[in-house]
Design a protein around this ligand. Structure first.
Ligand SMILES: Nc1ncnc2c1ncn2[C@@H]1O[C@H](COP(=O)(O)OP(=O)(O)O)[C@@H](O)[C@H]1O
Ligand SMILES: CC(C)(COP(=O)(O)O)[C@@H](O)C(=O)NCCC(=O)O
Length: 275
């Protein structure tokens, strides 16, 4: 029988702009990884993309596929069908409600199934890695999402460890920049930048978008610190992370593959959740 370290898992994160994927061995080391524009994958067809693009890169045949999708159930169904045809296991984790006995993470979301699967898996990854009681999980993707993950008392009745308190959804960096360009007659498509008092149109836009994102994150971090009486650890992920890493006070951790790592952890933690 193959040892845990050689049992590979293919994790897929279908975001609104990009699909990210990684083949992990049993210890979460990345064997292969890649990213593709979501529109390209969907125009090719998910099943054909997996067959023609991803699988040829898989140096070891994975035992299963774990999928997060914010592109709807069609994508998930295509992946499930592919896994079935290839004789692989399949996992599409959704958020667990408060009261789920023994869960590492539960969410206070009114309807857990409505919580973005990428948000849930990123929070799950943080719940597995953090040594802090208070955590802010920020994903700078097509949208910017800002989620609070706090440790529960060890005597919490249902035995869960962390609670997703809830979070914010705002337009992402590129979405803001593109929107300003498209909805106005005179504004160019600018790049995000950090400037105290911008003195050109492109800098005014770039810094305006930077401040919008930064202040949203900082306000949430301050609110969480006030609530818990201690500073919150900040976790950054998503394609626009680089512009923000240096702007925040520690502790800040960049977890580039947060969603993929969250999928990996859930696969290994919840065998009952596989289907
Ligand atoms: N190679 C790239 N291709 C597309 N977008 C990129 C790339 N590198 C960085 N980005 C930025 O990252 C954002 C997408 O980040 P990502 O976390 O993949 O988003 P999503 O999960 O919403 O697909 C884009 O809006 C863009 O600003
Ligand atoms: C907020 C999101 C659009 C973020 O998606 P992304 O920017 O990562 O592509 C996605 O998590 C989503 O569709 N969420 C569903 C609604 C919710 O989380 O409440």
């Amino acid at each position: 029988m193959a040892s845990l370290s050689t049992q590979a898992l293919l994790c897929l994160d279908f975001g609104n702009t990009r699909v990210k994927w990684a083949l992990f061995d049993g210890r979460a080391s990345t064997l292969k990884a890649g990213a593709e524009i979501t529109a390209h994958v969907e125009s090719l067809g998910v099943s054909d993309w997996l067959t023609q693009v991803v699988f040829p890169w898989c140096v070891i045949k994975p035992e299963a596929i774990a999928v997060s999708s914010v592109r709807g159930n069609g994508v998930v169904d295509d992946c499930r069908g592919f896994a079935l045809r290839m004789g692989l296991g399949f996992l599409n984790p959704v958020a667990q409600a408060v009261g789920q006995v023994g869960a590492r993470l539960v969410t206070a979301y009114q309807n857990p199934a409505a919580l973005g699967q990428d948000r849930w898996s990123a929070c799950y990854a943080v719940a597995c890695q953090t040594d802090q009681a208070s955590n802010l999980v920020v994903s700078l993707g097509t949208a910017t999402t800002v989620d609070a993950v706090v440790r529960l008392d060890s005597d919490h009745s249902d035995g869960s460890f962390f609670l997703h308190l809830g979070g914010f959804i705002a337009p992402g960096v590129a979405t803001m920049l593109q929107s300003l360009h498209q909805q106005t007659a005179q504004l160019p498509l600018a790049s995000v930048c950090q400037t105290d008092w911008p003195t050109s149109t492109t800098k005014a836009i770039g810094a305006g978008v930077f401040e919008s994102q930064y202040q949203l994150i900082q306000a949430a971090r301050n609110r969480l610190a006030e609530k818990n009486g201690q500073s919150a650890a900040l976790w950054l992920t998503g394609g626009s992370t680089d512009a923000f890493v240096g702007a925040f006070d520690p502790p800040v951790t960049v977890l580039s593959d947060a969603v993929l790592l969250g999928l990996f952890s859930q696969f290994h933690a919840q065998p009952a959740g596989r289907c």
